[in-house]
Design a protein around this ligand. Structure first.
Ligand code: NAD
Length: 482
């Protein structure tokens, strides 16, 4: 009857029992839909990695780690180079999967997912020796004569759990950091971006050393089973509710965690801002990936003196970027799932639509939408929007904007647009956020020299560049006496 059943961690179509669905020929199944392409839909939910296999998977990785396989720099370099090759050889498959999951335009997917991974990993390869070298530090007089150093060591077996919005980058960049630091890694992509998960699951074992680097597909049951295992670090990206579940599970084994969460990232627009540039930079950062970016501007606090010119310029920027009807634009993405589409539609009730507002359930299209007359008690202003809706609120002073922001949980990102330096300095001094871009949006996360992460409700720990490798190392302090 074409039913699917997990076998040795791989789903098999029972009708074609001899052929694993992946990666062999025509018997490939659409993950999670329970559909084997040649056999058609089935009635059994597909479980690619049954929870009872997960203990074995982690135990294999632990044995490999303990054997010392992952420690030599040569092994790490080989794996990182294979990762780059995986990205470069399979660009078309990745682009197609991103399109299927999120309607991601090719260029957008290339820049934000594919090239982002290769550039981070290439930097790791280039700096592998440097970032893994012991660091000499001074010795105090009381301990002399002696030599003091910090010796970087891998942590052990690391779990990386990723969400669906940048499903390649958010999985592979932290995993690469863990590999560069000499760890064994389990990667868990999001089941919500199922097409990308499927491609990753097919390619990772083909390119990387399976005894040390494994990818486990699945949703809540698989992640729950993984969290029951003992890891030496857990790196989680996603929402704060699950972040709390991850941290609670990690506490059982005293496992350190990095939590890359989200929240409502505000934008302050001062009356001294260059309104046209401001509008264009906000439009880019907001409607990239149809607003499904953790650091996308969530709401705007604009000085009332420039509110109308800002709205006019925002309207023009939308038309410039996506044409008169963004639904027909090749540069505009789609909402990831019907659930998120419905959620965003209902969030629209929190204000009056002044730009956009059109939707199409079938293609999960939500237009770039700007809302005014916002109800402060609505879900629109109390939940992370994580979609293409942008509430605009008038303010009369910098102090009012700062008070508004500091009365709420610490955001993942905060943006201020002002030509007046004292306004910028006041915002920098009196607010906090995971990271900030001044007179721009999103750009701080593109720098490998600026650790990317949150604070308080928006998370803990940062990565990218060297910090993305340090995160997975223990800098062992050693004092050697003569
Ligand atoms: P999601 O639904 O894909 O969940 C994230 C991961 O958690 C998935 O791998 C999923 O399988 C797992 N998961 C879900 N429920 C679970 C449960 N009950 N127990 C154990 N594991 C579970 O993604 P999401 O949470 O919708 O992602 C969106 C959120 O992530 C937003 O809040 C966004 O701001 C945040 N985000 C943060 C960053 C960052 O770098 N800080 C980046 C992207 C997204």
């Amino acid at each position: 009857r074409g039913a699917l059943r997990p076998q040795l961690g791989r789903g098999r179509c029972l009708k074609f029992r001899a052929k694993p669905w992946r990666p062999v020929g025509p018997h490939s199944m659409a993950l999670h839909s329970g559909t084997c392409r040649p056999c058609g839909p089935t009635d059994l939910a597909f479980r690619p990695n049954p929870p009872n296999n997960i203990a074995d998977i982690v135990s294999t990785l632990r044995t490999t780690y303990d054997s010392g396989t992952t420690r030599p720099l040569a092994w790490r370099k080989q794996q990182l180079e294979a990762l780059v090759r995986m990205m470069e050889d399979n660009e078309a498959a990745f682009s197609a999967a991103l399109k299927a999951d999120l309607g991601k335009p090719d260029v957008e997917g290339f820049i934000t997912d594919i090239a982002f991974v290769t550039s981070e990993v290439k930097a790791m390869i280039k700096n592998l020796k440097k970032w893994n070298k012991p660091q000499r530090v001074p010795t105090p007089i009381v301990a002399m004569p002696a030599k003091s150093q910090l010796i970087p060591e891998p942590l052990g077996v690391v779990l990386v759990i990723a969400p669906w919005n940048y499903p390649i980058q958010l999985l592979l960049v932290p995993a690469a950091g863990a590999i560069a630091a000499g760890n064994a890694v389990v990667m868990k992509p999001s089941e919500v971006s199922a097409a990308t998960s499927e491609v990753l699951a097919r390619l990772v074992p083909k390119y990387l050393d399976q005894k040390a680097i494994t990818l486990v597909e699945g949703g809540v049951p698989e992640t729950t089973a993984l969290l029951a295992e003992h890891f030496d670090h857990i790196f989680y990206t996603g929402n704060g509710t699950v972040g709390r579940i991850v941290m609670a599970a990690a506490a059982n084994n005293l496992t350190p965690v990095t939590l890359e969460l989200g929240g409502k990232s505000p934008v302050i627009i001062d009356e001294s801002a260059n309104v046209r540039v401001t509008a264009r930079r906000i439009a880019w950062g907001k409607w990239l990936n149809a607003g499904q970016t953790c650091v996308a501007p969530d709401y705007i606090l604009v000085n009332e003196k420039v509110r109308q010119p800002f709205l006019d310029e925002l309207g023009k920027a939308i038309t410039d970027f996506f044409g008169a009807d963004p639904q027909t634009s090749e540069s505009y993405g789609r909402i990831v799932s019907p659930r998120h589409f419905d959620r965003l539609k209902s969030l629209m009730n929190g204000g009056k639509v002044v730009i956009g507002g059109e939707t199409n359930a079938e293609s999960r299209y939500v237009a770039p939408t700007v809302l005014a007359d916002v109800d402060m008690n609505s879900a629109l202003m109390n939940e992370e929007i994580f979609g293409p809706l942008l509430p605009v609120i008038s303010i009369t002073s910098t102090k009012q904007a700062i008070d508004f922001i500091t009365a709420r949980p610490h955001p993942l990102a905060l943006y201020v647009f002002a030509e007046n330096k004292s306004v910028v300095n006041e915002v920098l001094a009196k607010t906090t956020a995971g990271g900030m871009t001044v007179n721009g949006t999103l750009m701080h996360l593109t720098s490998p020299h600026l650790p990317f992460g949150g604070i308080g409700e928006s998370g803990m720990g940062g990565y990218h560049g060297k910090s993305g490798v340090r995160l997975f190392q223990h800098m062992k302090p050693v004092l050697s006496r003569g």
